[in-house]
Design a protein around this ligand. Sequence first.
Ligand code: SAJ
Length: 443
Amino acid sequence: MDFIDAIKNRQIKIAVIGLGYVGLPLSMALTKAGYYVQGIDCNAQRVESINNGHSNIIDVKDECLQESLKNDLFNASTEYSLISNVQAIIICVPTPLNKAKEPDLSYIIKAMKGVLPYLTKQILISLESTTYPGTTEELIEGYVEKEKGWKVGEDFYVCYSPERVDPGNKKFSVENTPKVIGGSTQKCLQIGQTLYESFLPKVVGVKTTRVAEMTKVLENTFRCVNIALVNEMTMMCERMGIDIWEVIKGASSKPFGFMPFYPGPGVGGHCIPLDPLYLSWEAKKYNYFNRFIETASDINSNMPYYVVHQIGKILCQQGKSIRKNKILLLGMSYKKDISDLRESPSLEVYELLKKQGASVEYYDPYIESFNYKDKVIKGIVFNEETIKQFDIVVLLSDHSNIDYNWLVEKATLIYDTRNVCKDIENHKIIKLGQNIEGMYLEN
Ligand code: SAJ
């Protein structure tokens, strides 16, 4: 039976490498479609927890995981040798930046070294990790051809299909989000697209793996650049005494040709701050210096400094200072209603304030504590008594489960970097981008 028929008859077994926020939901979608999935992860603790039916991923419920385990459609392991039993491999490992803000592809390289000895002919390998154009050719296709002497598209098949997982998104999951896929050859694309179409509603085939890689980086560079645009306009509007939030509200009434983005304390997460830098790094190899991305990343990275500068100015207007007064940060996660601290601008605001000798504490309903300089920083008990101790409350993540009317009533002063208090009229509230020159605040 050929590969295409085997897919249609669910007679192929699939290995998913990397059981994080991409790999575990993908594994569950595959098992729901009737495939046997061999999960492989280097973290033995995570493997044990998963095999005990406990999901550490917000988008995968324990019940779903337990169902796939019970039906013998899923197993997790640290052993790459299990690759010898599968006919397809989907790689979902991290692609972070290193300290020099350069792409770190070590996880992909490690995964490929792990699977190599156990690859069988006619296997399909699909990479999902976000990366710069050319990675699949170099680290998947080229690596196997060199090490095995096989020919891609004949002895084995290679695709790239970028992950589009937005952890915690209630509306879009891996099962209802269109998927892009590119193949190393036409036959690779045909096989890969047939596999993905067998369990996903919409699969968009593109000409090559490089096109598919560039598609994902464009998606997130688009966001990064547009967020930077409104962040820069915020500083411009502050100088001009114009309310940027009103400006965006007005522009959003345009039903075509405009898409609202909002200013904030900076850009966090595992995608937006990183993906564009993957592209600009690779483009430099072609002597192309990408001004948009570098400038956008610079503007976004500057926002925590801007926020801290504004906090100082606001306190100064009251004869207070960062050094002498007490500051409460509300929301440490990188965006609302999640507990993810990765690249969170709130952490940078915290660190900048500490460096200025501030007495700064935090509260986040999703985060009990975080590590700062080898110390465990715990959130405060959030009540009327504790809030009153602070000279200013800085809203950094606009979590939905906070009663902002109550907070405004109890707090001395609010610096709202997310305009989450937009419907509350109170002189205590100062918004990100508000012109505070010469503003005398009543106590
Ligand atoms: N942010 C702003 N202003 C905005 C939008 C976001 O300051 O207008 C900030 C957020 O607060 C956060 C950062 O940017 O700190 C990133 O926010 P995000 O909404 O882009 O969320 P992410 O990082 O979880 O991005 C993911 C991406 N998904 C994938 O890469 C698969 C992105 O492509 C999605 O568009 C995004 O989720 C989404 O739409 O939620």
